[in-house]
Design a protein around this ligand. Structure first.
Ligand code: 3PG
Ligand code: MG
Length: 394
């Protein structure tokens, strides 16, 4: 795979696939700028070489043209973060987009309208990809967060270019994921959370070969508790996986990997911030109650293991972290990961909710690497080939 490092963009117009799929609040303010900041080095390298950058991205999952999902909403924030004016054209392909590209001078940045206003994008349509390819002399893919999608702009468009290059984000994501996958400094601890066991099965199976400890928190932990014969009240459970999780526990034991479960849970009687709560031991949840977070003894145990680790990967919250009442476990795990890093550990934060927790606490710069990918990072770590990356190699 060629990266932009050794390429000179002087006089070139680079068509750059970025992942500017960022969260917006009700007033269309960007609430997490991680992906914008991440794209900066690639864009600046192109401009400093004397090239210009034509940025293309999706935002959300619109069904056709929908002003709510216009990339115009992020132009101001993107300009501030990049430190250069981002010009915007309200077109994705066709005459208007081509004219805006033609008018672009070296050192300038143009952002196209949302790729997903066209169904052809997600279908990976060849004709649409060819139209996109007219908007640059060189293709750069730096949208790691979307590299698991075989879409027009992430994959199919690459075949129309002689020069197809990975940007700095894609390069860094692979290097950092490989630091864990190819065996990190021991002890290696993986912290797995989130609602569903099924989302994490493949990655846990991979991690059994490289981790010393796998901490299981979040909604997925109740399936294990029930499989072991515990009572879980109304907590989340994937009943079809009860046998599987016991097999997984046996497999871990055979490989000498410690699976570490909560000792206690914080229960609530409602999915709301003013619910009644109580703490009980794992597997002792009364009827009518639901586990929404890890409890205080668990926080102590998980924090100790994390702080004693030299390599940490974290993917998924410990509880319903979007509700403050149930966010303590996730926050305390974030603090432990930060402390481990300060003590010399390498820490990789998988995208999505765990990245949001780290960033909301202002710890983004205190961990080793915050991934810009949710699904893409998981698929890469599961050992799947990401189509967006394969297309750069072809
Ligand atoms: C993401 O945020 O997961 C990426 O930007 C990809 O978006 P998607 O899941 O809608 O394809
Ligand atoms: Mg996604």
């Amino acid at each position: 795979m060629k990266t932009i490092k050794d390429f000179n963009f002087q006089g070139k117009k680079a068509l750059v696939r970025v992942d500017f799929n960022v969260p917006l609040d009700a007033d269309f303010n960007v609430t997490d700028t991680t992906r914008l900041k991440a794209a900066k080095p690639t864009i600046i390298k192109i401009l400093e070489d004397g090239g210009s950058a034509v940025l293309m991205s999706h935002l959300g999952r619109p069904k056709g043209v929908d002003a709510q999902f216009s990339l115009k909403h992020i132009v101001k924030t993107a300009s501030e973060i990049l430190g250069v004016e981002v010009k915007f054209v309200p077109a994705t392909v066709g005459a208007e987009a081509e004219a805006a590209v033609a008018a672009l001078e070296p050192g300038e940045v143009l952002l196209l309208e949302n790729l997903r206003f066209f169904a052809e994008e997600t279908k990976g349509d060849l004709a649409f990809s060819e139209q996109l390819s007219k908007l640059g002399d060189v293709y750069v893919n730096d949208a790691f967060g979307t590299a698991h999608r075989a879409h027009a702009s992430t994959t199919i468009v690459a075949q129309f270019f002689q020069d197809k290059l990975a940007g700095f984000v894609i390069e860094a994501e692979l290097v950092n994921a490989d630091k864990v996958l190819k065996g990190g400094v021991k002890p290696v601890t993986a912290i797995m959370g989130g609602a569903k066991v099924s989302d994490k099965i493949l990655i846990i199976e991979k991690l059994l070969d490289v981790a010393d400890n796998i901490i299981i928190g979040g909604g997925m932990s109740y399936t294990f508790a029930k499989a072991e014969g515990g009572s879980i009240g109304n907590s989340l459970c994937q009943n079809d996986l009860l046998d599987y999780v016991l097999e997984l526990e046996a497999k871990a034991k055979a490989k000498g990997v410690k699976l570490i479960f909560p000792i206690d849970n914080l229960l609530g009687d409602a999915f709301s911030n003013d619910a009644n709560t109580q703490v009980v031991l794992r597997g002792q949840i009364p009827d009518g109650w639901e586990g929404f977070d890890i409890g205080p003894q668990t926080i102590e145990l998980f924090s100790k293991i994390i702080k004693e680790s030299k390599t940490v990967i974290w993917n998924g919250p410990m509880g319903v972290s979007e509700i403050p009442l149930y966010a303590t476990g996730t926050i305390e795990v974030a603090k432990a990961v930060k402390e481990a890093t300060e003590g010399g550990a390498f820490s990789l934060i998988g995208g999505g909710d765990s990245a949001a927790a780290i960033n909301n606490l202002g710890f983004g710069d205190d961990v080793s690497y915050v991934s810009t990918g949710g699904g893409a990072l998981l698929e890469y770590m599961e050992g799947k080939e990401l189509p967006g990356i394969a297309a750069l190699r072809a």
